[in-house]
Structures are given as structure tokens and as C-alpha cells.
Write a protein that binds this ligand. Structure first.
Ligand code: GLY
Ligand code: MN
Ligand code: MN
Length: 418
């Protein structure tokens, strides 16, 4: 942060769901990363000015009546005793404390645009200091967004974070196995979703890390299909994109299973093309590789597959150049993974894609999607959607596939389901 700096990091609030009910609380990822404090309405203040508290937490105070309704709070005492804050105060006093918080600060880390009252109180202090500059006051020199350095920190997972991500992946493996076993024609997509949720929770996860996609048949061609309310049909595929959130950390896994346990006809060929693309992309991973290089490796294999399947016709380099594949593959191959499923961290540095380094975690998730009504596709392929997604962690000597235990060759999937 540099000398004489202050950072103000607000946590998440409860969000209204309907009438007087609220969505389940999910802490803000940046706040969680820095504090491990999992209660609403809190704000952390960090200071580097000598002689002032380095770490202050503004939290909901103990309140017997409120706690009877919504649960135990650590309160001001708990913020110090259990969470290591040097100083703690009532979150209701944050706004009035801002002049004092900013006292002596030459540099402020604050994200404008998230809390209008907080923004206004900071601007009021700046104006006040400007107006009184003749009496020695001076506005804060520099106001920076804390997300730039914080997100760079979050991009590189510590060994402790890596262990949590491994656990999220292990739970996800168990959930996919339970789901695959139930992927039979008498089931509905929501039953499979419920089973995933059950395993996530039973194993100590907080639930899914994002809306689970349980997409039977042609629903797999809807990339963010989360309606999950259709019956599974014999002979169709079931695309499951679901990952557990464990202590805030996401896993993000897609497998495509044959309803009833055996891939049929053209499904097997589409599946094989996506699998080869995914395996080729994983083989491209190494220290210094970039995500666009991984995407290019997957894409080339996918386009080869599209030519073999007669989805496309022409020269492979031209088809890639003209992006003719976007009819069947319209998303990117990778994203960072961490406390958020599409995690933070810059993808490019100085205009160039950044090289992979130890501690980075990302997905590799090629797919092929042929819409039910795509008259330009061979009839046997219409309504088939396949994606295969794993989570890759860069290590000191290469990479670790965190989700390798979840079967993905067609034979291994058929055996697993049986
Ligand atoms: N489930 C969202 C994604 O794969 O990126
Ligand atoms: Mn996914
Ligand atoms: Mn993903």
C-alpha cells in the first residue's frame, strides 16, 4: 500500500429476495480473502500510518434480540478476539468515522460506485481539506482502486488456498458420480440438480459455486441453461456443468453423460472430437504457456472434428481465420478460477496475454453445440451438445489437474455410470 495509506474494503450486505425475505448471505470475495469474516454489513480498514491501528473492522454489534432472529454475531469484541482486528467498532458508525479514518492519509484505496453514502463521505472530507488548505489541510494525493493489487494477489493461490480448491474439486467429483448414476430416462433435470446440491452440502460445501447447469438433450446448446426442469429422455445426452463452493472457493466442472449409460451413434463421434480437443489443450499447458495458446490448441482440434463430422467444409486455416466455427463453438476455452468462478486477475499485461505461473488456477472447457433446428448441420447431429471442463492449477514444476478423478473418456464414463 505504501506509507501513510488507508484502504477501505466493504463486505457484502444482505440482498432482498422478495417482500421480507433475503437471499442466503454470500460474503464479498475480496473482503473474505482479507478477513475471513463471514457476516453481513462489515467493513475493513487497513492503515500503514505508524502509531495507528493497522487493521480495523466495523461490524454489527452484539444484539440479543436481533441474534434471536438471525443468528449469533461475533460483535465488536469478537472482531478483535476471533478475527485479529486491532480495533473494532459498530458498522453503524462507519460513515461518521470516515474523517477520522482518513486523518493523516496521503493515499487512499477505495472503489467508488459501490456505496453512495461511503463515496459521499469520502468526497466531503476531500472538499473540506481543499477548502481549508490555507490552514494546513491538504486533500489526499492519490485515490486508487484496491481491486488492482488485490486481484493480482488473488490470482496467485497460496498452498492453503490450493488445498481448499482441491477439496472443492474432490466434493465435485463425488457429486458428479452421484449425478451420473441417476442420469436415467425416468429422472428430471431438477432431480439431478438436487442430488448435486445434496452432495455439495453433505460434504461441507456451502452449495454450488454458480447456478448448476443440468441440461438434457438440446438444452445443452443453451450455454447458461439453469432452468433444469425437463425430463431426461432415453438416448439423449445430459450435460452437467456444476461445481462445489468450499470455504468460498469454486470448482467448475463439466461432463457430458449419456442418459441411460451408453453413448449412441453420432453422439460418440461428437464426444470424441471434444475430448480430443480438451486433451490436446491440456497437453499444451506448461510454464509460460498463455491462455490464448491453450484456446488455439483446443480450437484447431475442434475445427478438425467439425470437418470430420461434416459440420464445416473448407480449409482448416481459413475456417479458423473466418471464425466459421462460432456456429458450434462460441465461447472461450479458459477463465481464471478461485473465490469466484470467473475469477479476478488480469488476462493481459502490457497488451500481451500473460504467461502461466505457479499458483494460477484456470479451466479448460471446449465444447461443441449443434442446435436442434440447425438446418445446415447433418440431421443425425442436431440437438447434440457436449462440453468437457477441468480445473488446472499451475505448480512449481508443471500443472495439476484438480478434477482429473472425474472420468471423461467415453469408456470410463460408461463404466462409471454402470
Ligand atoms: N459454469 C460456468 C463456466 O463454465 O464458465
Ligand atoms: Mn463450467
Ligand atoms: Mn468454466
Amino acid at each position: 500500500m505504501g506509507p501513510d495509506a488507508v484502504a477501505i474494503i466493504p463486505g457484502a450486505r444482505l440482498v432482498r429476495r422478495s417482500a421480507d425475505t433475503e437471499f442466503p448471505f454470500r460474503q464479498d470475495s475480496d473482503f473474505w480473502y482479507l478477513t475471513g469474516f463471514n457476516h453481513p454489513e462489515a467493513t475493513a480498514v487497513f492503515r500503514t500510518t505508524p502509531g495507528r491501528p493497522a487493521y480495523s473492522l466495523f461490524v454489527q454489534p452484539r444484539d440479543r434480540a436481533a441474534e434471536t432472529w438471525t443468528g449469533i454475531r461475533p460483535g465488536i469484541e469478537g472482531a478483535r478476539a476471533e478475527f485479529g482486528a486491532d480495533e473494532a467498532a459498530d458498522c453503524g458508525s462507519l460513515i461518521e468515522s470516515i474523517p477520522e479514518v482518513l486523518n493523516d492519509a496521503q493515499r487512499l484505496f477505495h472503489s467508488f460506485g459501490r456505496d453512495a453514502k461511503l463515496d459521499a463521505s469520502i468526497q466531503a472530507v476531500q472538499e473540506d481539506r481543499r477548502l481549508h488548505s490555507r490552514r494546513g489541510g491538504a486533500p489526499i494525493d492519490e485515490i486508487l482502486d484496491p481491486r488492482a493489487p488485490l486481484h493480482e494477489m488473488r490470482l496467485f493461490k497460496s498452498p492453503e488456498e490450493m488445498a481448499l480448491m482441491r477439496e472443492a474439486a474432490a466434493i465435485t467429483c463425488e457429486a458428479h458420480q452421484a449425478a451420473a448414476r441417476e442420469a436415467a430416462p425416468e429422472r428430471n433435470e431438477y432431480e439431478i440438480e438436487a442430488l448435486l446440491d445434496y452432495v455439495f452440502r453433505r460434504r461441507g460445501g456451502s452449495g454450488p459455486a454458480y447456478g448448476s447447469i443440468v441440461a438434457g438433450g438440446a438444452n445443452a446448446a443453451i450455454l447458461h441453461y439453469i432452468t433444469n426442469d425437463q425430463p431426461l429422455r432415453s438416448g439423449e445426452l445430459l450435460l452437467i456443468d456444476a461445481g462445489c463452493e468450499f470455504k468460498g472457493y469454486a470448482s467448475d466442472v463439466t461432463r457430458t453423460y449419456p442418459v441411460g449409460g451408453r453413448f449412441q451413434g453420432a453422439q460418440r463421434a461428437v464426444y470424441q472430437a471434444v475430448l480430443e480437443a480438451q486433451q490436446t489443450a491440456i497437453e499444451a499447458v506448461g510454464p509460460g504457456t498463455t491462455l490464448p495458446e491453450i484456446h488455439a490448441a483446443a480450437l484447431r482440434k475442434l475445427v478438425e472434428g467439425m470437418l470430420d463430422l461434416k459440420l464445416l467444409d473448407g480449409q482448416i486455416d481459413d475456417l479458423i481465420e473466418q471464425q466459421a466455427y462460432t456456429q458450434y463453438y462460441m465461447h472461450s476455452t479458459s477463465h481464471w478460477l478461485g473465490l469466484d468462478v470467473h475469477d479476478v486477475g488480469r488476462y493481459a499485461v502490457e497488451g500481451k496475454p500473460r504467461a502461466l505461473e505457479p499458483g494460477m488456477v484456470f479451466t479448460i472447457e471446449p465444447g461443441m453445440y449443434i442446435a436442434r433446428d440447425d438446418a445446415s448441420a447433418p440431421e443425425s447431429l442436431r440437438g447434440i451438445g457436449v462440453r468437457i471442463e477441468d480445473d488446472i492449477a499451475m505448480t512449481a514444476d508443471g500443472y495439476e489437474n484438480l478434477t482429473e478423478a472425474i472420468p471423461k473418456t467415453s469408456e470410463a464414463i460408461e463404466n462409471w455410470m454402470a
